[in-house]
Design a protein around this ligand. Structure first.
Ligand code: HEM
Ligand code: HEM
Length: 139
């Protein structure tokens, strides 16, 4: 229990700023993607084991709450992928030029690149939710 408390207070109370938040976000987005992947492999397996259940799953995925989950998933995948590449490049090729300042700069760049990819995808996904679930835009 005390280990859990130490971890939780460490997560919240560490130095703050870009490096700390990038670490937390990388962990949350990695675990978010793993969670999705488990559900995803089970639902794809339904095609073989229980096809009618697969169709049920597809209609559940069209609901608004899963639509919002999908928007979060796309953020997780983009952020985790780009930030993971940033960490790998820095660790493998540029370990000597690492500094707090350069890490802050590349973290800001990571976030901007994530938003540049995520926002247009989010626009399309929100539009789909409005079309399928609220009859807007001719849906
Ligand atoms: C909302 C986004 C996604 C949709 C609509 C989607 C859809 C699909 C579909 C239709 C298949 C079956 C393909 C086939 O067998 O012909 C599949 C398989 C698979 N997808 Fe996705 N996918 C999505 C996101 C992801 C993400 C983000 C990952 C990785 C983190 C992923 C990993 C996989 C894997 C590993 C399989 C193979 C599963 C198996 O054969 O049991 N997918 N996906
Ligand atoms: C473009 C693809 C990906 C890249 C470049 C990437 C890169 C990385 C890197 C470099 C780390 C270690 C971070 C560190 O030690 O500071 C990491 C951790 C992790 N990754 Fe990925 N990853 C990718 C895809 C995925 C996917 C698809 C999943 C989930 C299915 C995933 C789940 C995780 C988890 C759970 C961790 C541990 C996080 C932690 O310990 O805080 N990653 N990833």
């Amino acid at each position: 229990m005390s280990t859990l408390k130490t971890t939780a207070t460490g997560y919240v109370g560490y130095r703050g700023r870009e490096g700390h938040y990038a670490f937390l976000l990388h962990r949350i987005t990695g675990l978010g993607t793993v969670l999705f992947l488990v559900i995803h492999v089970i639902d794809i397996a339904l095609v073989y084991f229980y096809p009618a259940g697969f169709l049920d799953a597809l209609s559940v995925y069209q609901s608004t709450i899963f639509g919002i989950g999908e928007i979060a998933l796309v953020f997780c995948v983009f952020f985790h992928g780009i930030n993971g590449l940033r960490i790998a490049v820095s660790d493998m090729f540029l370990p000597k030029s690492w500094s707090i300042e350069s890490a802050r700069k590349t973290t800001r760049f990571t976030l901007i690149a994530t938003l540049v990819l995520w926002l247009p995808a989010t626009f399309i996904m929100v539009r789909n939710i409005l079309i399928h679930n609220y009859g807007m835009f001719g849906g």
